[in-house]
Design a protein around this ligand. Structure first.
Ligand code: GDP
Ligand code: MG
Length: 598
C-alpha cells in the first residue's frame, strides 16, 4: 500500500450540524453501497443512535476514491460523536488521523462544541478543512459563518468548502479537498510493527475486533502479536479494512487504519491507547497512549430480577470493551440486593448505558440517584472520597466537605439571556460573565457545582432556549460545600437505594419532590403507607398513600368484564417489576421517577 494514496481523517462538529449525513453522502459518492443497501445514517448502527439521531461510538470506514488526477485513494473516515459526554471518543479518533473536516451549520454558526472539537484537533496537530453545511436552508448565512470561521476560529478562509449534505451539493469538492490539502500519513513499513488500538468491539462469534492505526511496520494473519501494556501474546487470525462490513486483506501496513482479529476472548486485553507489536520483532517503545478518562457521575445499577445479576455482570464487561469510560464495581443494597456501582462521564452517558443494557442484553434495571464524587476531611485529619450515599461518614466526624465545580460555557442567541441567567442562579451558579462573540449571540460563562449540572441541566437549557443553547464544560477545583445525606423512608424503613447526597439548601425541595413522586408511583395497598424524607433523625417532608379497598375492580362501573380482566392483568404484570421493601411493594417506575427531577 503506497502511503501517499492514503488519507486518514475525521469529521468533527457540534451535535446536529450534519456529520453523519455528510458521511452518508461520501459513502454514496465512493460507490460503496448500492441504492438498495443504503439507509440513512449508515454509520450509526446502534438502535439508540438511530432513534436519538446522535452518534455515540466512533465508526470507521475505508472509502476508495478516484480523484480528478486519476489516482485511486484510500480515504479512512472516522465518524465521531458530537456530545460533550463523549469527547473522549473524539480525541481517540483524532489521534489516528492527519486531518479533520470541521462542519459548521450554515444557519447556526460556530457553537461551543465546534470550538471544543477544534481544540482537540489542534492538540493532535491535524490539518483542518472547515466545511459550511446546510447551505440549502433558507436561513443559511454562509457569508456570516465564513467570517466567523475566519475571525473567531482563526482558520484559513481559502480552505473553506460549502455544501449541503442533504442534497449532495458540494460534497465532491470536499473529497477533492481532502486529497489535495490533507497530508498522507508518515511512518515506515520496514520498521518493527507499532500499531495503536483506538477502539475495540465485541463480536460474539469472532471475539474482540480491534480497530487500530498502523504507525510503523505491518501485520498479517499468522503473526504473533504482543499487547505492550500487558505483555499478552495472541496469534492474528485475520486483518482487514472497514468497508460497510469487515473486508479481509492480506496485511495491514504503515499508514493504514483497519481491524485485527486474534481470537481474543478476555475483554481486558485490548485497551484503547495500547500499542501492539510483533513478538518476534518487537519495537523498542510503546506509542504515547490516550489521556485517561475519569468518570464524574456515579450511580448503582440493580437488576430487577435478582437472578439477572450474573447476566448484568457479563453485560457490563462487554459494554466496557466498547466503552473505555465505563467503570464499575460490586455494590449491594438492603432494598435491592446485589448490583454494581458504575462511573459515567455524564448523564447522557449513563442513559445510554442503561438503554443498551435493557435493549441489547434484555436486563431490566433500577438505578439509584446519580451522584458526583465528594471529598470529606475528617476530624482525624484523614481524607475520604465518597460517591455513594451508603458511604456517607458519621456526621460528627466530618470537619469539611468539598464538591467538584465546573466552568460552564453556554452559547445562546441574545434573547435567551434572562432565562439562562435564572437557570444558572437556581443551580447555585457563581461568577457569571458574558461577552458577544458575534452580534446577536452571547457567550456565557458561569461556575457551577457539577452536582447541579448532572441532573437535567442540559435538557433544561435546551428547552428554555428552544434548542438554541449549546453547552460545554471544563472541570475546576473542589470547593467547600454544605452537604447532607437525604434519606427516604417507606413505612418507617429507609430505602437505601433512594438515599442521595444533596446540598442543604436543596434538601427540603428534593425530599418533598421525592415523596410526591413516590406517592404517584406506589400503588395503593391494603394498608396506609407513610412516605417520609429525613436528614438523620430529622423528618423534613412527608406524605401518605392511602389504603385500598380490597377489590381492585370495585371502582369499575357496570359489568364490563374485559375491562376488569385488563386491570387484573395489568396488576399482575406490574408486580413482576416490583421490589418489596419491608411490607411495601415499590415498582421500578418509582425508583426511576425519583431519579428524574421534575
Ligand atoms: P450529526 O449530529 O452532526 O451527526 O448530524 P446529522 O447528520 O445527524 O444531522 C442532523 C440533522 O440535520 C438531521 O435532521 C439532518 O437531516 C439535517 N441535515 C444534515 N445535513 C443537512 C443539510 O445539508 N441540509 C439540511 N437542510 N439539513 C441537513
Ligand atoms: Mg451523527
Amino acid at each position: 500500500m503506497k502511503m501517499d494514496t492514503i488519507r486518514n481523517f475525521s469529521i468533527i462538529a457540534h451535535i446536529d450540524h450534519g456529520k453523519s449525513t455528510l458521511a452518508d453522502r461520501m459513502i454514496q459518492l465512493c460507490n460503496l453501497v448500492t441504492e438498495r443497501e443504503f439507509k440513512d445514517q449508515i454509520l450509526d448502527n446502534m438502535d439508540i443512535e438511530r432513534e436519538r439521531g446522535i452518534t455515540i461510538k466512533s465508526q470507521t470506514i475505508c472509502l476508495p476514491y478516484t480523484a480528478k488526477d486519476g489516482t485511486t485513494y484510500s480515504l479512512n473516515l472516522v465518524d465521531t460523536p458530537g456530545h460533550v459526554d463523549f469527547s473522549y471518543e473524539v480525541s481517540r479518533a483524532l489521534a489516528s488521523c492527519e486531518g479533520a473536516l470541521l462542519i459548521v451549520d450554515a444557519a447556526q454558526g460556530v457553537e461551543a462544541q465546534t470550538l471544543a472539537n477544534l481544540y482537540l484537533a489542534m492538540e493532535n496537530d491535524l490539518v483542518v478543512i472547515p466545511v459550511i453545511n446546510k447551505i440549502d436552508l433558507p436561513s443559511a448565512e454562509p457569508e456570516r459563518v465564513s467570517l466567523q470561521i475566519e475571525e473567531d476560529l482563526g482558520l484559513d478562509a481559502e480552505l473553506i468548502r460549502r455544501c449541503s449534505a442533504k442534497n449532495g451539493t458540494g460534497v465532491a469538492e470536499i473529497l477533492e479537498a481532502i486529497v489535495e490539502h490533507l497530508p498522507p500519513p508518515q511512518g515506515d513499513p520496514a520498521k518493527p510493527l507499532q500499531a495503536r488500538i483506538f477502539d475495540a468491539t465485541y463480536d460474539s462469534y469472532r471475539g474482540t475486533v480491534i480497530s487500530c492505526r498502523i504507525i510503523n511496520g505491518s501485520v498479517k494473519p499468522g503473526d504473533q502479536i504482543i499487547f505492550m501494556s500487558t505483555g499478552a501474546v495472541h496469534r492474528v487470525e485475520e486483518v482487514g479494512l472497514f468497508r460497510l462490513k469487515k473486508e479481509p486483506s492480506k496485511y495491514l501496513s504503515a499508514g493504514q487504519v483497519g481491524y485485527i482479529l486474534a481470537g481474543i476472548k478476555s475483554v481486558g486485553d485490548a485497551k484503547p491507547g495500547d500499542t501492539i507489536t510483533l513478538k518476534d520483532a518487537p519495537c523498542s517503545s510503546p506509542l504515547s497512549g490516550f489521556r485517561e478518562v475519569l468518570p464524574v457521575v456515579f450511580s448503582s445499577l440493580y437488576p430487577i430480577a435478582a437472578d439477572d445479576y450474573e447476566d448484568l455482570a457479563s453485560a457490563l464487561e462487554k459494554l466496557q470493551l466498547n466503552d473505555a469510560a465505563l467503570s464499575f464495581q460490586k455494590d449491594s443494597s438492603a432494598a435491592l440486593g446485589f448490583g454494581f456501582r458504575c462511573g459515567f462521564l455524564g448523564l447522557l452517558h449513563l442513559e445510554v448505558v442503561q438503554e443498551r443494557l435493557e435493549r441489547e442484553f434484555d436486563i431490566s434495571l433500577i438505578l439509584t440517584v446519580p451522584s458526583v464524587r465528594y471529598r470529606f476531611m475528617l476530624t482525624d485529619d484523614s481524607e475520604l472520597m465518597v460517591d455513594n450515599p451508603a458511604h456517607f461518614p458519621d456526621p460528627s466526624k466530618i470537619s469539611l466537605i468539598e464538591e467538584p465545580y465546573i466552568r460552564a460555557s453556554i452559547l445562546i442567541p441574545e434573547r435567551y439571556m434572562g432565562v439562562v441567567m435564572t437557570l444558572c442562579m437556581e443551580r447555585r451558579g457563581e461568577n457569571t460573565k458574558y461577552h458577544y462573540p458575534t452580534p446577536g449571540r452571547i457567550e456565557f460563562t458561569c461556575e457551577l457545582p457539577l452536582a447541579e449540572v448532572i441532573y437535567d441541566f442540559y435538557d433544561r437549557l435546551k428547552s428554555i432556549t428552544q434548542g438554541y443553547g449549546s453547552f460545554d464544560y471544563e472541570m475546576l477545583e473542589y470547593r467547600p460545600s454544605d452537604l447532607v445525606k437525604l434519606d427516604i423512608l417507606v413505612n418507617g424503613e429507609v430505602v437505601d437505594a433512594l438515599s442521595q447526597l444533596v446540598h442543604r439548601s436543596n434538601a427540603r425541595a428534593r425530599g418533598l419532590g421525592a415523596c410526591e413522586q413516590l406517592k404517584e408511583e406506589i400503588p395503593r395497598q391494603l394498608f396506609k403507607i407513610a412516605i417520609q424524607a429525613a436528614i438523620g433523625n430529622n423528618i423534613i417532608a412527608r406524605t401518605n398513600v392511602s389504603a385500598l379497598r380490597k377489590d381492585v375492580t370495585a371502582k369499575c362501573y357496570g359489568g364490563d368484564i374485559t375491562r376488569k380482566r385488563k386491570l387484573l392483568e395489568k396488576q399482575k404484570a406490574g408486580k413482576k417489576r416490583m421490589k418489596t421493601v419491608g411490607n411495601v411493594d415499590i415498582p421500578q417506575s418509582a425508583f426511576l421517577a425519583v431519579l428524574k427531577r421534575d
